[in-house]
Design a protein around this ligand. Sequence first.
Ligand SMILES: Nc1nc2c(ncn2[C@@H]2O[C@H](COP(=O)(O)OP(=O)(O)OP(=O)(O)O)[C@@H](O)[C@H]2O)c(=O)[nH]1
Ligand SMILES: [Mg+2]
Ligand SMILES: [Zn+2]
Length: 314
Amino acid sequence: MKGIIIKSKGKWYTVRMEDGESMRCRIRGKLRLDDLKLTNPIAVGDEVIIEKEEGQDTAIITGVMPRRNYVVRQSPRKKHYLHMLCANIDQAIVIATIREPHLKPGFIDRFLMTTTPHDIPTIIVVNKMDLWQDEDEAIFGGLKMIYEPLGYPVMAVSALHGDGLDELRALLKDKITFVCGHSGVGKSTLANGIQPGLELATQEISDYSGKGQHTTTFAEMFELKFGGHIIDTPGIKELAFINMEPHDVAHNFVEFFEALQNCKFSDCLHINEPKCAVKAAVETGEISPLRYENYLNIMEDVLNQNHWERKMDW
Ligand SMILES: Nc1nc2c(ncn2[C@@H]2O[C@H](COP(=O)(O)OP(=O)(O)OP(=O)(O)O)[C@@H](O)[C@H]2O)c(=O)[nH]1
Ligand SMILES: [Mg+2]
Ligand SMILES: [Zn+2]
């Protein structure tokens, strides 16, 4: 039988079969997989083959179908492994907040590094707009000005009060959407707002110290009544990129890739090479200094991995 993983919790997976029924499943033995070094062999969104266990209401996952795409991050516990967050999605939403918790713009660019290489359309949703004060609207406007020309829509919503959700529903309709962001930004609240009745658990007392428990502890896919699916996930603390090489980073900053043809060196990493078109464009304001700062930050991480140590001597 074939089905789709809609929930992944420890060793158990919930698989929705073609007839709409769900079944608790686990893996026995080893699954044949791609070359990826993964801490979890399968993830929510994976299409799997299952066999019912004799005399029980559970099943064994015996195979996984080829993926059309996937989102991975460096495993926080095992540095040389990747953790698969989801597979076979149509688009992703990265949620940010300007207040509670305060904006960490570096995270947006780090998240885009997980979706852009796979051509996964990504929407930036700025949540908790009901808490905005003073210059916050201008900060939002600044993000919109940076990211929309690059092809990433930027929307403001209040998941709690419902503002902006109709516009978002239109983007979610008939698509499988992966929702990601730091803990406490309102991923589960957003899913509840989009689909009243879901009643996902959300953080009861606001604690944005970063030390608080994650409220959502496993990834789960939900069907939207108006068409489509949304994948709610646990908050992510940081995104690192051991799986990338310096040029992967450069190529996935889309406006940098466009400018590359005017750099003196065709393999320019836009750090401190002479006659770099990216640095020139940052100076004129054509390329956002914020993007450039985030780029250097990611690049530093990647160059710091053993393999690239020598390059840091520039
Ligand atoms: N004022 C305001 N508070 C919100 C909004 N959206 C979410 N919150 C609050 O923010 C807190 C965190 O929301 P959650 O939905 O649990 O956040 P999460 O991103 O799912 O967090 P994790 O599951 O830990 O990753 C809760 O107390 C929500 O009520 C909003 O639009 N406005
Ligand atoms: Mg949550
Ligand atoms: Zn350059």
